[in-house]
Write a protein that binds this ligand. Structure first.
Ligand code: ADP
Ligand code: MG
Length: 263
């Protein structure tokens, strides 16, 4: 997978294959004697190349769902197929391998290492993956350029704005050529304009074939996605197609002249 330099991912022949298929997915947490049922039978299919917003009130199971989709946690019942592989029965080691190969994570709080440059942050997952120095350099710079930060490679997080830090985090998620990006409230700490810039970057990746699933509280952010899935009490209450998603690029252009998001 790491051999692809120019495209984000996805072979066209498989474009319509579901990357995610959930069947009656359940997750409960044991709290002493009581049991919290966070997911109560979720059926969901997401195709390669989709850009999906997961919404729902606090406590509805969004993060639980993302943790399972991201192979950070296992369901208590039901089935999860990721890219055709059944992952619901895997042990922790197998799950970690799938996670490292297939998933890129973006978090609300960026989670960058403060003492490292943008470049080193993006390169880090490739160090863990055992990629050669030369390939790491190429790949990390490619990812930073893709998010519009090629000229900020040597900056440390503190020298970057919040939006730029989140773009570094997106580049880091991209570095290993994941099959999909999972983002839990990626714009939760950002102002409206900066959030729109982040959505522009995500739309750009999606236009190149990347599957993106993001959790958001904000209807405006969900409007940039092609599909909206609403959870309530651990079940899907709404699953709707957004035939005309907002264009973040147009939105930004209407506010001001394009800035450094494109280099
Ligand atoms: P959301 O992200 O939509 O706010 P969560 O998935 O975090 O919802 O939580 C769903 C339910 O599961 C809530 O009732 C929450 O309290 C419970 N829950 C989540 N994580 C845990 C955990 N690690 N241990 C116990 N209960 C949990
Ligand atoms: Mg949550």
């Amino acid at each position: 997978m790491l051999d692809q330099e120019q495209t984000v991912e996805v072979s066209t022949a498989e474009e319509n294959a579901p990357i995610i298929r959930l069947e009656r997915l359940k997750k409960s947490y044991k709290m002493g004697r009581t049991e919290v049922q966070a997911l109560r039978g979720v059926d969901l299919s997401i195709k390669k190349g989709e850009m999906v917003a997961i919404m729902g009130p606090s406590g509805s199971g969004k993060s639980t769902l993302m943790n399972i989709l991201g192979c950070l946690d296992r369901p208590s019942g039901g089935k999860y197929y990721l890219d055709g592989i059944s992952v619901s029965q895997m042990n922790k080691g197998e799950l970690a391998d799938v996670r490292n190969q297939k998933i890129g994570f973006v978090f609300q709080s960026f989670n960058l290492l403060s003492w490292m440059s943008a470049f080193s942050n993006v390169e880090l997952p490739l160090v863990y993956a055992g990629v050669s120095t030369e390939r790491r350099k190429k790949r990390a710079l490619w990812a930073l350029k893709l998010v519009g930060l090629g000229s900020r490679a040597n900056h440390r997080p503190m020298e970057l704005s919040g939006g730029q830090q989140q773009r570094v985090a997106i580049a880091r998620a991209l570095a290993t050529s994941p099959a999909m990006i999972l983002a839990d409230e990626p714009t939760g700490n950002l102002d409206t304009k900066t959030s729109t810039q982040i959505m522009m970057v995500l739309q750009k990746l999606n236009a190149r074939g990347m599957t993106i699933i993001l959790v958001t509280h904000e209807p405006d952010i969900a409007n940039y996605c092609h599909r909206k899935v609403v959870l309530r009490d651990g079940k899907i209450r709404e699953d709707s197609v957004n035939a005309f998603p907002l264009s973040a690029q147009e939105q930004l252009a209407s506010w001001s002249a394009p800035d450094e998001t494109e280099e």
